[in-house]
Design a protein around this ligand. Structure first.
Ligand SMILES: C[S@@+](CC[C@H](N)C(=O)[O-])C[C@H]1O[C@@H](n2cnc3c(N)ncnc32)[C@H](O)[C@@H]1O
Length: 284
């Protein structure tokens, strides 16, 4: 990944990540079988809000350590603030695709919305496997494809924008977005690495942005090179995204108006989104 996140936008426009995980955790939490005194690793913790809300909040309180890792120092700094005062929580810069020199192993490894940003899936999954203690378990949630991102990719590959996005496949990898059977591909890859009792689920879901501001905020919160673009260029590229979204029915104004106390909100609907959920167990 060669673009930075804007951490405050990332925090502000987190409704998508949060609302989806509420459903996923309530549906799949039966798969989380906790090890006593567990060492727990979070790969790609980001600003830590999701880690705190969905992982840290449910781990048994006898945990040995909770280690938040991310490739981005900026993200880790934010996560440290969120976890201030929590005991036995540590923070570590880590690129899950590099050759790791870790000697420590973990009973549980989580990653939320991280692995679709990783181009070299095999290396990441092998590293996670090597980081697991005997009998260790993993729980990952990642996006297979998201039509908002696919739409944004159409824009950034236009001639006028390409100079800002020279390595678009590295910036927005989404390695399973063109896969007809991502479940099979992921399961096969994991079993080839050595994982056993692999369970992979594909969930299809929809999401409605409340308004144009949230849609634009979501796009701005993706990793991007906006910091090297002029204000006018930023405005133009986002305008093009909105126009294409309406033209392709990726966003449509809802027919039913939602009345709020102060104003009428026209929700914007994103018709389709796919998520891949991966749960695996490794026994030695
Ligand atoms: C969409 S954010 C998700 C953050 C957090 N888990 C959440 O759900 O809010 C993806 C995170 O993965 C991190 N990331 C991307 N590539 C990574 C890599 N190769 N190794 C570790 N972290 C990575 C990014 O820096 C970013 O913080």
């Amino acid at each position: 990944m060669n673009a930075e996140y804007n951490t405050s936008l990332f925090n502000k426009y987190n409704r998508f990540r949060e609302s989806e995980l509420k459903t996923i955790f309530s549906k799949y939490n039966y798969l989380l079988k906790w090890t006593p005194n567990a060492a727990i690793l979070d790969v790609g913790c980001g600003t830590g809000d999701i880690s705190l809300m969905f992982i840290y909040s449910i781990i048994p309180k006898d945990y040995k350590c909770f280690v938040c890792t991310d490739i981005s120092a900026k993200m880790l700094q934010e996560a440290e603030k969120k976890f201030e005062g929590k005991p036995r929580v540590f923070f570590k810069l880590l690129d899950i695709t590099k050759d790791l020199k870790e000697t420590y192993t973990y009973d549980h490894i989580f990653s939320m919305w991280c692995l679709m940003w990783v181009e070299d899936q095999k290396k990441a999954f092998k590293n996670i496997y090597d980081l697991l203690a005997p009998g260790g378990k993993t729980f990952h949630v990642l996006i297979q494809k998201l039509n908002v991102v696919q739409l944004f990719l159409q824009i950034v590959t236009r001639n006028k924008w390409m100079k800002f996005f020279p390595n678009v496949d590295k910036m927005y990898p989404f390695p399973y977005q063109n896969d007809l059977d991502p479940v099979k591909r992921i399961r096969t890859m994991m079993e080839d690495i050595g994982y056993v009792n692999v369970e992979v689920y594909l969930e299809k879901n929809t999401f409605a942005f409340a308004n144009e501001e949230e849609f634009v905020g979501f796009l701005r919160a993706l990793p991007n090179p906006f910091h090297v673009m002029s204000a006018k260029e930023q405005e133009d590229i986002l305008r093009e995204a909105i126009e294409l979204a309406f033209a392709n029915n990726v966003i449509t104004e809802s027919e039913s108006r939602v009345e709020s106390t102060s104003k009428t909100i026209l929700p914007y609907f994103i018709p389709v989104r796919h998520n891949v959920i991966i749960i695996s167990f490794r026994d030695k």
